[in-house]
Design a protein around this ligand. Sequence first.
Ligand code: NCD
Ligand code: ZN
Length: 345
Amino acid sequence: MNRITITRPDDWHLHFRDGDMLDLVVPDTARQFARAIVMPNLAPPVVTTAQALAYRERIEAAVPASSEFEPLMTLYLTDETSADEILRARECGRIHAVKLYPAGATTNSARGVTDLRRTDAALAAMQEVGLPLLVHGEVVDADVDVFDRERVFIERVLDPLLVRFPDLRVVFEHVTTSEAVEFVRGGPDTLAATITAHHLLLSRNALFRGGLRPHYYCLPILKRERHRRALVEAATQASSKFFLGTDSAPHPRSDKESACGCAGIYTAHAAIELYAQVFEAAGRLENLEAFASLNGAKFYGLPVNTSRITLDRRPWQVPEQLGGGRNTIVPFAAGEELTWKLGES
Ligand code: NCD
Ligand code: ZN
């Protein structure tokens, strides 16, 4: 097969950042995706409906005129999020989910949730009005090994949450372990998961290949090969519970190549091409469309896109870097050759 045509995909987990960075990264996403769930972990975070709508306008201003891309906004859950704020978010029609960051779990999560019980009023309101909760599923306890944080989160936080809020729709974001895959598979219909391209392509060995590789550092951290295989199995099997979420997370090169490098990998420049490579390697290209373009829309209760995209087998080389000055990004697979190329639309 040398050409694939699928319904235009959506990215159900994405970091755009703010300011000048938007002009660099928004066009990459808009070229491939019709919509994206935009993460609210700015500094300061997007905690109110008014902030989310203002942020949406700044993103819109960076969308190329030729594109019909639509940002789907989210709120950042804090210990103080009120039920009223949830109702406002729902009523405005442009906020599609609320994001749980356990305080201290990842980039810009300091204002995240310290104890999930403190958010019960907000969670009850979300359950009531049908606004999904997006979960960064890692515990932050210092006694838990960084490679076990997702697995322990399932037992300590996620499982009890689903019992207490049985009608709340929950997306377990960027799953990285076989335990998370099993939990989502065996869970209720209200539970789904996103999977990134980088967790499908790499195991933790990539972090240490020939030296320390900061551009492969992200959270949740890359895991063992057996976990990567479980993720590939989940993504490519056409189960409606798993869908595309790149977690593309740009950081300036200088913040990555540092004694205390930031977590986050930029994949938006070649997202759908990277996923196509994974599906082809698994011998399941025919299931790419369900994962990339159908399952997420169904879970969120949104219409499936009507336009289509084409990918051609046309090897191309990823640039060594993107942007310039302070906003220089080293993209995923920098300098490497990819097999599939998105057609011009
Ligand atoms: C994300 C970021 O940089 O905002 N980083 C990452 O490693 N994925 C935050 C997140 O999704 O955890
Ligand atoms: Zn993320």
